[in-house]
Design a protein around this ligand. Sequence first.
Ligand code: NG1
Ligand code: ZN
Length: 528
Amino acid sequence: MDLDAVTKHSASHAKPDGLILQYGTAGFRTKADRLDHVMFRMGLLAVLRSKQTKSTIGVMVTASHNPEDDNGVKLVDPLGEMLAPSWEEHATRLANAEEQDLARALVAISEEAAVNLHQDAFVVIARDTRPSSEKLSESVIDGVTVLGGQFHDYGLLTTPQLHYMVCCRNTGGRYGEATIDGYFHKLSTAFAELSKQAFCSGGDQRTLKVDCANGIGALKLREMKQYLPQGLSVQLFNDGTSGKLNHFCGADFVKSHQKPPEGLEMKANERCCSFDGDADRIIYYYCDADGHFHLIDGDKIAMLISSFLKELLLEIGESLTVGVVQTAYANGSSTRYLEEVMKVPVYCTKTGVKHLHHKAQEFDLGVYFEANGHGTVLFSKAAETKIRQLAKELEDKKGKAAKMLENVIDLFNQATGDAISDMLVIEAILALKGLTIQQWDALYTDLPNRQLKVKVADREVISTTDAERQVVKPPGLQEAINDLVRKYKLSRAFVRPSGTEDVVRVYAEADSQENADSLAYEVSLAVF
Ligand code: NG1
Ligand code: ZN
């Protein structure tokens, strides 16, 4: 390692004195003008991680659903998964080292992680459409090259597309071709095959309106449209040509405000969906004839997908295990429906995709979705091999079901939640089953709920256990929450420090909207 060169280059990416940041649930995130040093240093760290794993490592410059003047960065590990927890600590340490300590921190990390410095390194980089992203990704490249790493800059990609590229590159092309054309080709082929019965008979064109949050999703969905079969017409809104990123639009806005985005005109009963700013989340919704807004969130998406998977497994007669993974934010009605009506085992993990992803790996078919619409389905190696083999061997109805499952494997982005891929899976299922969005929505009724944010001096004074559903610190807070919850029917509430914003989040559900609102409010007062 040429530490003198590192110190010299670092001077042009100087760390603001005293600034401390943490590699949180989604990497580093803050105002874009405070991130230049972090980008340079994550370039350095990606080289070390690449050497240590002898694999290509990804660096994504994005702040997802945050406002346009924020930015962020996260590293993508060899199989397209989130960075390993021990390296999150290295990332935090490297980002926070003062200028004069940077070289020492780099050496300490290489030693602790037993990095072979003679190993080659390769890093792939991509960014979202934020005005600050291009310059920040150049700083990442500066960090990569100063340590002698090789790199490929994909330019503009959605977050899940970069995860896909990393996975392809480290699996010798078995997962797909590591190009944008390879990605579109893989997904569109699987989609066309899966849904051909629904779309080939010259039936009606199905139309879907998509709010792209004025982000990268618009660019990539527009490119994807040329690959899609005739039967599905995708109309883009908030496509970045005029509005601001995530401003009154996008999946996060729609989910947290429980209302339609601006810039998308909805007629009664039209099927609509929203991506978030880096297109790794998707939320569906519609307005009924009385003008009432209906939100179909990640919980209902998980329910639709798992019931489809269970039907196919039943058809082919294979007893592969299906598990659904949620977080504490999952609506109580969804958990009940999955367990009691669908008889699928449901597990709850801490917030943050890496926790859900990890748990989902325990099943043959692991379905995971956060209520906010981030999720996918993972197939174990053994299940994938079995399904592909059955698709070759079985005939008639069983063979057809096995081939459909094989296409489902190829259509899901198994590296991470992916709005484009999830959208195509959902569209295929609805078309094949002849389900309208109203019928999908009506399978169960969400319990009224409310999420609030509380600004506190130090959000870390709150610590939790039991997948964040119980407070352990400060003393007395959990008892106070229990007392409040007891006042309402069908009620539940919890609080946790956010991993991406400087706030404490409060969640409450109850038998009516009014009660959910007042429970959330009362709990937020208890947090102060
Ligand atoms: P935090 O800020 O830790 O609640 C939010 C989302 C997560 C996840 C991350 C990363 C909620 C309540 N939380 O985390 O689900 O998506 O951002 O983007 O939606
Ligand atoms: Zn996102």
